[in-house]
Design a protein around this ligand. Structure first.
Ligand SMILES: Nc1nc2c(ncn2[C@@H]2O[C@H](COP(=O)(O)OP(=O)(O)OP(=O)(O)O)[C@@H](O)[C@H]2O)c(=O)[nH]1
Ligand SMILES: [Zn+2]
Length: 214
């Protein structure tokens, strides 16, 4: 892979980063807060160890309702916890929590608006966004790529079910050596959400049918 010329905005500035130790139930993480020079948003990463090759990585898009309030209509909260478990079990890895990516980039109010349509008209996440004139996915993984450069992370094993995320990350300059599934159990509330991710967005979700039948 050719090194791209590093432009000024490709670099997170020292004054935009702070790092502390964060003791959690799972592990004592390095807690890295940073403001991205391109989107201007403050993001957070939790890291264990200092591996630079084949690093176990989760890039998690903010979902306030799922991550903080335990919403069952998506599996974001479960994935967040599973990813932290995996990193803690391995004793090494990085979770990058990308803020400002609610609703695959359309924002919190817009996401909730799409959910109103899902509930009232039975539309899935793709059609409900399109019906309201929103893009289906506007996420940019550049902030994660810039953080990895700063941390010296050169290649990653990505915890994700989304092949598009692998492609987008590679476009941002991150070498993805492998995608590792991050399968959360289906339930009656998120079955439609998971099914539309599998059937409309090509996520690799073979577990849906099996888990619901259990
Ligand atoms: N537009 C919209 N976005 C949603 C909805 N529910 C959750 N999201 C957002 O979906 C994003 C997570 O994307 P997903 O498609 O679940 O998963 P992914 O990140 O692409 O793939 P994984 O790495 O496998 O988790 C978060 O930004 C959530 O806020 C919804 O009903 N409508
Ligand atoms: Zn969610």
């Amino acid at each position: 892979m050719h090194e791209r010329a590093v432009r000024r905005e490709d670099t997170i500035r020292d004054e935009d980063v702070a790092e502390s130790q964060l003791a959690t139930r799972r592990a004592n993480f390095r807690c890295i807060a940073f403001r991205d020079p391109v989107d201007g948003v403050e993001h957070l990463a939790l890291a264990l160890g200092s591996a630079t090759e084949d690093v176990l990585v989760r890039i998690h898009s903010e979902c306030l309702t799922g991550d903080v309030f335990g919403a069952l209509r998506c599996e974001c909260g479960d994935q967040l916890h599973l990813a932290l478990d995996r990193i803690a079990d391995e004793g090494s890895g990085v979770l990058v929590y990308l803020r400002g990516q609610e609703g695959r980039g359309i924002g919190l109010v817009a996401k909730v608006r799409t959910q109103v349509l899902q509930d009232s008209r039975g539309l899935d996440t793709v059609d409900s966004a399109t019906a309201l004139g929103y893009p289906v996915d506007t996420r940019d993984y550049g902030p994660a790529a810039r953080l990895f450069r700063r941390l010296g992370v050169r290649s990653v094993r990505l915890l994700s079910n989304n092949p598009d995320k692998v492609r987008a990350l590679e476009t941002s300059g991150v070498a993805v050596v492998r995608r590792l599934p991050l399968l959360a159990p289906a339930n009656e509330h998120n079955l439609g959400y998971l099914t539309s991710k599998r059937d409309r967005l090509a996520h690799d979700l073979p577990q849906i049918a099996a888990r619901v039948l259990e």
